[in-house]
Design a binder for this molecule. Structure first.
Ligand SMILES: Nc1ncnc2c1ncn2[C@@H]1O[C@H](COP(=O)(O)OP(=O)(O)OP(=O)(O)O)[C@@H](O)[C@H]1O
Ligand SMILES: [Mg+2]
Length: 302
């Protein structure tokens, strides 16, 4: 069973009347990976998570979670979930919320005190266990939600926008928690539109837009290639055409930007510009950030 991937989907699709929320998702997420599922608002991220958890039924397609078909309750106990929008009973204390979820998750009562203390400590709420959650700030509620997701030592944790309400310290903490989970072999599925976030913590990424995956792979695969900016004058139209083979070319204010170029080809690019009569004044190279890549993909320029 342990050789099974954490998640496998085949053409998983969900339609709400005429709205295609997910258009056919096929992916395999190995165990132990931190997987970032990225996309703009309405892309289908939450829908994918709900299908994986069996909270919504697919219109077509199939998937397994921890080797078990979705919708089967057998895998639920081994999965932790932080929903996107949630509100706990405001009159309960943090410890009572966690106890309630221990009960819902069917955790052996003898283990509750340790489970609850561990969860509170992991999410930085050790001092707030006796505080009513109605008085919690948004960020504290999100930390508590994360604590709930970690109860019962799950093998897979699905986090839907875990840092949306958090300040920079909270975001840093969530990254640390995510890394600690990975070190324990837990698979993490992270929905986000915060690219820097994902870039710092995820091993693998899929970018989804309007229900479709438009790019996926490891971060290295996705961010392969450099971005080169060249300030060049006197370049002929033929010269411009000649450099198209190096990557995606854009021009603005006397600077050419070539994206997705292989690093060893940068001198060849400069030589091609010079051959075409261009006078090269400056050359700058940089790695493309995930944000640049994301915007470029969504812009359809790729
Ligand atoms: N219960 C529902 N009924 C009708 N349409 C829905 C429902 N849930 C989601 N949708 C639609 O499906 C599409 C995908 O929504 P989803 O919530 O999965 O997006 P998301 O990527 O999580 O967005 P966000 O970043 O805003 O959380 C949207 O067009 C949304 O309006
Ligand atoms: Mg969502």
């Amino acid at each position: 069973m342990i050789d099974e991937p954490a998640i496998r989907t085949r053409d998983l699709a969900k339609r709400y009347d005429s709205t295609v929320a997910l258009a056919g998702l096929t992916m395999t997420i190995p165990r132990g990976a931190v997987f970032g599922f990225l996309g703009p608002n309405g892309a289908g991220k939450t829908t994918a998570v709900k299908l994986l958890l069996g909270l919504a039924r697919p219109t077509s397609g199939e998937a397994e979670v921890l080797g078990v078909p979705i919708g089967d309750r057998a895998s639920r106990r081994r999965v932790g979930y932080l929903p996107e929008l949630f509100r706990y009973q405001p009159w309960l204390t943090a410890r009572e919320v966690l106890a309630l979820h221990c009960e819902l998750a069917g955790i052996d009562r003898a283990a509750w005190p340790r489970e609850i203390a561990d969860a509170l400590a992991t999410v930085g709420l050790a001092e707030r266990g006796a505080t009513r959650v109605g008085t919690f700030s948004k960020g504290m509620q999100q930390r508590l939600g994360l604590g709930v997701a970690l109860l019962g030592d799950p093998e897979l944790v699905l986090l839907d926008e875990p840092t949306s309400a958090l300040d920079p310290v909270g975001r840093h903490d969530v990254r640390e928690i995510t890394r600690a989970l990975r070190d324990r072999g837990v698979t993490v599925f992270l929905n986000s539109h915060l690219l820097a976030e994902v870039e710092q913590v995820c091993d693998r990424v899929a970018i989804v837009d309007r229900g479709r995956v438009i790019a996926d792979g490891t971060l290295e695969e996705l961010l392969r290639g450099e971005t080169v900016r060249v300030r060049v004058t006197d370049l002929s139209a033929d010269g411009r055409a000649a450099i198209a083979r190096f990557g995606d070319v854009a021009e603005e204010g006397g600077w050419l930007t070539v994206r997705g170029i292989d690093a060893p080809a940068v001198p060849d690019l400069v030589a091609a510009l010079v051959r075409a009569g261009g006078r090269v004044h400056a050359v700058e190279t940089a790695h493309e950030s995930l944000e640049d890549r994301f915007l470029r993909l969504l812009g359809g320029a790729s």
